[in-house]
Structure formats: structure tokens, C-alpha cells
Design a protein around this ligand. Structure first.
Ligand code: HEC
Ligand code: HEC
Length: 296
């Protein structure tokens, strides 16, 4: 925070507290021309309901003074005024770090014990799976959904269709280091007709009903432009996360429109790296949970 801003905040805050004091002092004194204390002000409602000029109750006034004194003491002890850190030296960051280190002391040994066991064994241990599921709900469900079924662009982790492989090691690597799936835009290289024929070929790999002559043209294009990543048989490659195009499981949508858009404009999928952020022990447990979903 700049020192100008700090002074601005400090002055406005103090002026507010002092302002409250002045306002109460001022309003508790009779104004010129006002009815004397204990006298009728002259306002009458409902024929006989009269207003008297009585002072505010003492206890009520004192509550106000106490809140002001509280504010001043609080501002002296805690970081409440601009850059001033408060005489107690308390900070939100410190408290957060304290809580994290307390939690690490309590749960660290539990995670460490799990991390010594193989992922397929952990996946059969209901307690470990439950702990992994809790981590998943915290760190992964925003993208993969709380049931891990994913959404368009975010892979379903419950099925046995994998972009990068479903072995315990591949799953753990996906979580530790993250993944970057890049499907390049092919609209310019293919032209509108080329896109149509290659999409017909891609569709023919998983459903019937495509025009055989068009599919044949698309197949030629596929072999030159797509096979390097999706393999000549279209079954994809775990090494670069190129999806299997023959299994009728779709990351970016199943409709011919969605597939045409994928081929024309390309798609990118980013799975953020979690290793550094969560630590290997937690990632190990998460991998066991994910592994358990498709290996019952
Ligand atoms: C910001 C969104 C996001 C978060 C958070 C996220 N993921 Fe992902 N994850 C993705 C995307 C997108 C992909 C697919 C990457 C691609 O398209 O190449 C992916 C891929 C994966 C894969 C590989 C799937 C496969 O088919 O090979 C695994 C496993 C995975 N995530 C597990 C997790 C776990 C466990 C967590 C929580 C620690 C997590 N993800 C958090 C977006 C996310
Ligand atoms: C450089 C490698 C590469 C090339 C070349 C490539 N793709 Fe892809 N393709 C990918 C990757 C990686 C993905 C997954 C993108 C993601 O993770 O979001 C993908 C995704 C797709 C999808 C979406 C699959 C789904 O499940 O939704 C289709 C369809 C597709 N590619 C078709 C093609 C066609 C047709 C060509 C040739 C014209 C082609 N690709 C060329 C790497 C490639």
C-alpha cells in the first residue's frame, strides 16, 4: 500500500470515530428554541399522543462511547489503520500459515503412511478412498465435477477411456505435473470441403451411415494431417493425449457440429500441475481415489 493511501485510510478512519463523538455530544445538547427538558415539544398524534423532550437514556449513550473506545483500542492492537501493523503483530497470513502447519502436523503422518502403499492397494482400502475423495472434492471437483464425471472439455475420470493412460503411474503423473492437450486448428489446412470429408471419416470410425465415397476422401486427408497424433487407426496416443476417435467417447462433444468445430478451430485442454501445491503424499492418495473409480 502506498503511504499516501495509508495516510488517507488512517485519517478517514480516525475522523469517523471523532465525528461520531462530536455528533453525539452535539445532539445530546438542547438546540436553541427547543422545548426545555421534560416539556412537551408541541407534536401531537392520534388526537392525544404527545412528544416530550426527554434526554436519551444514559445506558444508550454509554453504549456509543464504549464502541468508540473499543474501536480505538482495536486499532492500536490490530492492523486497522493503513500500513500500521498493530502492536500485537497479528496478521491474517501468519494465522493462515499457523493453521496450515497445525493441519500438516495432524494429517501429515496419515498421508505419509498411505504414500508408502501401492496405488492399486490403496484403491481397495475404503478409508484411503474416502480421504482421497475429500481431497478430490476440495481441489478437483470445480473442473471434473463432484462425481468426477467431467463436462465438455473436462474428462470423465470414472470411465476407462483415458487421454493419457489409466495406469496408476499415468494418473499420478497427470495430477503431479499437469497436462496440456493441444489439438491444432485444421480449418485453414483442410479448407471447408476438406473439413467436411475428414469429419465424415471421423464419424465413420464410431457410427454407421456415412457416405462411403466421402469417407474415402476424408481417410486420405486423415492419414496425411491427423494420423501423426491420432495414429493411422484413429485410436489416439497417450503420450500426447490425442483422444481415441473410434470409441464414441467425446471430450468436446459428440454432435457433427461439435466435431466440425474441433477440427476447424482446434481445442486446448489444460490440467494444472498439483504436485508442488499439494505435495506428493496427497497426490498419491488422489491418484488412488481416481484409480478406484474405474477399477472396482
Ligand atoms: C482447472 C481445471 C482442472 C482442475 C482443477 C483439475 N483438472 Fe484434471 N484435467 C483438467 C483438464 C482440462 C484435463 C484434460 C487435459 C487435456 O485436455 O489434455 C484434465 C485431465 C486430468 C486427468 C487425465 C485424464 C485422462 O483421461 O488421461 C486426470 C487423471 C485428472 N485430470 C485428475 C485431476 C485431479 C485428481 C484433480 C485434483 C487434484 C484435477 N484433475 C484438477 C482440468 C482440471
Ligand atoms: C498435434 C497433434 C494433433 C493433430 C495433428 C490432430 N489432432 Fe486432433 N486432437 C489432438 C489432441 C491433443 C486432442 C485433445 C485436445 C484436448 O485435450 O482438449 C485432439 C482432439 C481431437 C478431437 C476431439 C475428440 C473428442 O473426444 O472430443 C477430434 C474430433 C480430433 N482431434 C480430430 C482431429 C482431426 C480430424 C485431425 C486432422 C485434421 C486432427 N485431430 C489432428 C491432437 C492432434
Amino acid at each position: 500500500m502506498s503511504s499516501t493511501l495509508s495516510w488517507f485510510i488512517t485519517i478517514v478512519s480516525l475522523a469517523n470515530i471523532i465525528g461520531c463523538y462530536v455528533l453525539i455530544k452535539w445532539s445530546s445538547k438542547p438546540l436553541p428554541g427547543e422545548a426545555a427538558q421534560g416539556q412537551v415539544t408541541g407534536h401531537t398524534w392520534d388526537e392525544d399522543l404527545q412528544e416530550f423532550n426527554n434526554p436519551m437514556p444514559r445506558w444508550w449513550l454509554w453504549l456509543f462511547y464504549i464502541t468508540m473506545i473499543f474501536a480505538l483500542i482495536y486499532a492500536a492492537l490490530y492492523p486497522a489503520m493503513g500500513n500500521f501493523k498493530g502492536s500485537l503483530g497479528w496478521s491474517q497470513k501468519q494465522e493462515y500459515e499457523q493453521e496450515i502447519s497445525d493441519a500438516a502436523k495432524t494429517y501429515g503422518p496419515i498421508f505419509a503412511a498411505y504414500s508408502k502403499q501401492a496405488i492399486p492397494d490403496l484403491a481397495k482400502n475404503p478409508k484411503a478412498v474416502q480421504a482421497g475423495q475429500r481431497l478430490f472434492l476440495n481441489y478437483c471437483s470445480t473442473c471434473h465435477g463432484s462425481d468426477a464425471r467431467g463436462a465438455a472439455g473436462f474428462p470423465n475420470l470414472r470411465d476407462s477411456d483415458w487421454l493419457y493412460g489409466g495406469t496408476p503411474e499415468a494418473i499420478k503423473t497427470s495430477i503431479m505435473n499437469g497436462r496440456n492437450g493441444i489439438m491444432p486448428p485444421m480449418g485453414a489446412a483442410l479448407g471447408a470441403d476438406g473439413v467436411k470429408t475428414v469429419v465424415a471419416y471421423v464419424l465413420s470410425l464410431s457410427r454407421a451411415g456415412q457416405d462411403a465415397a466421402v469417407v474415402e476422401q476424408g481417410k486420405l486427408k486423415f492419414q496425411t494431417l491427423c494420423a501423426a497424433c491420432h495414429q493411422p487407426d484413429g485410436k489416439g496416443s497417450h503420450a500426447i493425449g490425442a483422444p481415441n476417435l473410434t470409441d464414441d467417447v467425446w471430450l468436446h462433444g459428440r454432435s457433427p457440429g461439435a466435431i466440425t468445430q474441433t477440427v476447424t478451430q482446434g481445442r486446448t485442454g489444460v490440467m494444472p500441475a498439483h504436485g508442488e501445491f499439494l505435495g506428493e503424499d496427497k497426490v498419491h492418495l488422489l491418484a488412488a481415489y481416481v484409480y478406484s473409480l474405474s477399477n472396482k
